[in-house]
Design a protein around this ligand. Structure first.
Ligand code: WTA
Length: 658
């Protein structure tokens, strides 16, 4: 949260440097000047529906053309109604039919160093085989399938095979715990789970199947579990429930025509954190999402047929869905996919990969960039990174220091940086420089993409009405009109969808982020308006962490807050009151382990502080702002080793907070 003690959103960033693209970069770009961007943008927002209709006709394959561009029954959107397409067809068959079957789709590298090259023909064959395997197992259109896998090509194959037969996938990041997997299986009522015996992370095989087994014990809707053999060495298979991937595809046909899907059939559910404890299943559909992922990929990365693209995200997050699988593959791109950690076996692994595969576009996260800075320039200096022509950043705001390092050290001062702002809910990038057209300012996501109309609103202090804020004032970032990539809802919870995104600001999509617009019309994201924190570019709700803590029998009450962290952006600090147990270091470790078990490693608190009571306002609300200040070290209580006492601070603050 970036609110100041007075409750006003203060603007602390005062970055004035500006980096236009070089003339040679602009010349080869499909959108090569500010005037050109502005013309496309202006035309797009003058006739939003007409704009997207034309895009959809030109950039997707239609088994049956659509009749209505948009049916807007606020807040429920239907795009390209009446049309039929298939996302896997757009990602695979289209290219093979165009004679591009031999083009490399994926250069994959496993963490131990194993390498595979997968062409578009290979991928079409593998997806068709697996899709036929799914059918053999009884998978039907509309079934939900959870996927819990390492970053191997089969993860993309599994997603595309679901899309091919019309099943709805729900990819669960490999770092989530059994509890978290079971919650997601149950919420989606998934019938199938696709997993692997393991995957490599920092030199060790992670036994995904063991975690999956624990989850399956609590997932009654799951009938079958498909297991890919990635690490080997055997894993326990439950008779009648578990089937090996290689056995499933043994003897099935290599031919599996893509199922014509209605534009609004669900493509996937992806769970993300909101401001309450229960993760929400964000639902995306077929045609609109496909179009948006493809076109934003082409615009933002100014993609050329011979580019070698590398997005370092995991397919367990939206970035992997949109910019590893669906965007790049719809565009027929060649990309690098890497299984493991950036520091294995050494901290130069990324630079080694870029040099080996001659990567031209790198898309990574600020938290990774900050780690690279810490690890030292000598890891970079050993490698030839001259193949790079464009850099990207996603997941959180990039601080200007990290931006400058990325620009100079990795980009050699010649590569524009696309700082892409978007969300799981938006399906694809919403604001970003178009690299040949829009000059970068470190820390700003610059301008909206075509068809996207951002607004920044705030309650007028005098009248209480919602009004657009002026230049350089912070406010709630909203999107004025529906766009094809937008979420269609929260799985099974229309009420929550309405309440979360469409109630606070009437007739607009509420992003949950604060932002400001500067005198050049550039947008700057200023953090969340709710209790969502951003740890290493991943969203977590403080309430999820709190719920996990209070589920431990020793805990009476808990409050979680974000505090600034040099590498992760935000770290998680928790304040805990115990029932009758001693506040020991051992108890700290027990609670950390407990959160790891309930949610996963990504939610483990960095600081566990014990307090005799949580600081509360007179009306009984936890004083989160005070806790954030304490966690950040701005407000001291002296002794943090045993039981802290916030009563004095509460007395000092109470008038201000209540
Ligand atoms: C934050 C990730 C500043 C923001 C694609 C958003 C960013 C949330 C940026 C979505 C950026 C993402 N600058 N903040 N370039 N990109 N965010 O759903 O708070 O995992 O609302 O999607 O991350 O996170 P999510």
């Amino acid at each position: 949260m970036s609110d100041s003690p007075s409750g006003k959103i203060s603007n602390v960033l005062n970055e004035t440097r500006i980096f236009p693209p070089s003339p040679s970069f602009s010349q080869q770009s499909s959108i090569g000047s500010m005037a050109q961007y502005q013309a496309i943008y202006d035309a797009s927002i003058q006739d939003v529906e007409g704009f997207w209709a034309k895009e959809a006709r030109e950039h997707l394959h239609w088994f049956k053309p659509f009749e209505t561009t948009l049916e807007w029954n606020e807040p429920f959107a239907k795009w390209f109604v009446g049309g039929q397409t298939n996302v896997s067809y757009n990602c695979l068959d289209v290219h093979v039919n165009n004679g591009l079957g031999d083009k490399v789709a994926i250069y994959w590298e496993g963490e131990p160093g194993d390498q595979r090259t997968v062409t578009y023909s290979d991928l079409l064959r593998d997806v068709s085989l697996f899709a036929n395997g799914l059918k053999k197992l009884g998978v039907q259109k509309g079934d939900r399938i959870s996927i819990y896998m390492p970053m191997v090509p089969e993860l993309a194959v599994a997603m595309l095979a679901c899309a091919r037969v019309g099943a709805i996938h729900s990819v669960i990041f490999g770092g989530f715990s059994a509890e978290a997997i079971a919650d997601r299986n149950n919420d989606a009522q998934a019938r199938f789970l696709i997993t692997a015996d393991g995957g490599y992370r920092r030199g060790k095989p992670l036994s995904l199947k063991q975690t999956a087994d624990e989850a399956l014990a609590k997932s009654p809707s799951i009938e079958k579990c498909i297991v890919l053999s990635r690490v080997g060495g055997g894993t326990s298979m439950q008779e009648g429930r578990d089937v090996w991937w290689h056995d499933l595809i043994d003897g099935v046909s290599e031919n599996c025509p893509a199922e014509p899907m209605d534009s609004e059939d669900s493509l996937f559910i992806l769970y993300t954190s909101g401001s309450t404890g229960k993760p929400k299943g964000i639902r995306h559909t077929t045609a609109g999402y496909n179009l948006y992922a493809k076109r934003t990929f082409q615009w933002v990365f100014d993609h050329k047929p011979d580019d070698i693209f590398w997005c370092t995200a995991d397919c367990g997050w939206i970035t992997g869905h949109s910019y590893i699988v669906y965007g790049p593959m719809s565009a027929g791109a060649t990309q690098v996919m890497y299984e493991g950690a950036p520091n294995w076996p050494q901290e130069n692994r990324f630079w080694e990969l870029i040099e080996r595969y001659k990567v031209t576009i790198l898309y990574t996260a600020p938290t990774a960039i900050r780690s690279f800075i810490k690890w030292g320039d000598h890891h970079v200096d050993k490698h030839d990174l001259s193949s790079l022509r464009l850099l990207g950043s996603v997941g959180e705001g990039i601080n200007p220091e990290a931006w400058m390092w990325y620009y100079e050290k990795i980009g050699g001062g010649r590569c524009p940086i696309v700082d892409t702002w978007w969300q799981t809910e938006t399906g694809g990038i919403m604001m970003s420089p178009l690299p040949g057209a829009i000059a970068c300012k470190p820390g700003s996501c610059t301008r909206p993409l075509p068809g996207i109309i951002p607004r920044i609103l705030q309650h007028d202090p005098a009248s209480g009405d919602l009004v657009d804020v002026g230049t350089n004032s912070g406010g709630m970032l909203c999107i004025e009109k529906p766009w094809p990539g937008m979420l269609r809802g929260i799985w099974g919870d229309d009420e929550r969808y309405k309440q979360q995104y469409w109630s606070m600001v009437p007739h607009m999509y509420l992003t949950g982020d604060n932002a400001r617009q500067d005198e050049d019309g550039y947008y700057w994201i200023m953090g969340r308006i709710d209790d969502v924190i951003n740890v290493s570019g991943h969203r977590l709700s403080t309430i999820e962490v709190e719920s996990a803590l209070v589920s431990h029998p020793a805990v009476a009450e808990a409050a979680a807050v974000g505090r600034p962290d040099e590498i992760k952006g935000q770290a998680i600090a928790v304040f805990v009151t115990l029932k009758s147990h001693e506040p020991t270091d051992e108890m700290r470790e027990i609670l950390k382990k407990h959160v790891r078990k309930e949610i996963g490693a990504l939610a483990v608190p960095d600081d566990v502080r014990f307090t005799s009571a949580l600081p509360k306002t007179r009306s009984g609300k936890i004083m989160r702002r005070l806790l954030r200040d304490i966690a950040a070290g701005k407000e001291g209580t002296g002794d943090t080793s045993t039981l802290e006492d916030f009563t004095v601070l509460v007395r000092l603050r109470n008038d201000d907070e209540s």
